[in-house]
Ligand binder design. Structure first.
Ligand SMILES: Cc1cc(N2CCCCCC2)n2ncc(-c3ccc(F)cc3)c2n1
Length: 253
């Protein structure tokens, strides 16, 4: 770890500005299947290892001072995958909480799950509901799982809700602005923290894949080559350091 007379660490930890930690970090956790394929393992082995990475990164983000960590766990399009893979994936929330809830409580982490939850298998939904209930008093980082989530569907649902309010005479069309629209999205519970400061996607892909399309309007995006199961605390620190070295303009000059 230490080399020569300088006694400096050979792999110095990335130094971050503690005053500029992104409040809301969102991650598209990609590359689980490729991770397994590289090791001649079944795809589900990648998902299993990916869940362990969720535990590591959730704790690391909490200790770095991130206020909200949103993780894209399952999209509305993922139901098209082989049914045995979907069946396995849908059990991961149950396993996650059965094996990690004590550490989440110890970290004072509050769990939220957003998506079309009514379409989830009963055991998956119960695990998510129990975790939200068991951590609702926690005041630390919000660990927000996007589960059976799709951004275009989320936007359409918000438009339908507002249209119905107008039809019912509860709002006038000209009352609909950014704030009222955002109040009808699944991230409304986050208030001023709803929009990610930093969006990370793993595995080298540089696509948004129908994730938080409204919310990432001004987000910094960092694409890393690491496959999600290989994503480490150091990779997270490097992504945050990249974010801190950028000068965000929010449309200004
Ligand atoms: C569907 C799915 C897939 C899933 N993978 C592991 C991470 C990589 C992405 C795909 C597979 N993980 N990992 C954690 C959860 C989870 C979700 C909700 C919750 F309340 C608690 C845990 C999860 N859910």
């Amino acid at each position: 770890m230490f080399s020569g007379k300088n006694k400096q660490p050979e792999t110095a930890e990335i130094q971050l500005d503690p005053d500029r930690i992104p409040e809301h970090v969102a991650i598209i956790m990609d590359g689980n299947g490729r991770w397994a394929k590289k090791r001649h393992l079944p795809r589900v082995a990648g998902h299993k290892q990916g869940m362990e990475t969720v535990k590591t990164i959730a704790k690391a983000a909490s200790r770095m001072g991130v206020k909200v960590l949103t993780l894209y766990a399952f999209s509305t399009e993922n139901w098209k995958r082989p049914q045995d893979e979907v069946k396995y994936i849908m059990k991961l929330p149950v396993t996650f909480f059965n094996t990690f809830m004590p550490e989440l409580i110890e970290e004072n982490v509050r769990v939220k799950v957003m998506g079309y939850l009514d379409d989830l298998p009963a055991q998956t939904l119960k695990a998510a509901q129990d975790a939200m209930k068991d951590t609702e008093q926690n005041t630390g980082m919000i660990l927000n799982f996007a589960l059976n989530y799709g951004s275009r569907a989320e936007i359409v649902t918000a438009a339908q809700k507002l249209a119905q309010q107008a039809v019912d005479g509860n709002i006038q069309p000209d009352e609909i602005d950014d704030h009222l629209f955002a109040d009808n999205l699944m991230t409304a519970f986050l208030g001023d923290l709803a929009d990610p400061d930093l969006l990370i996607r793993t595995s080298g892909e540089e696509r948004i894949s129908n994730f938080l399309l409204w919310q990432i309007a001004y987000s910094e995006m960092v694409f890393v080559d690491d496959l999600w199961p290989d994503f480490s605390t150091e990779t997270l620190r490097k992504a945050i350091a990249t974010y801190q070295n950028r000068d965000r303009r929010f449309g200004g000059i």
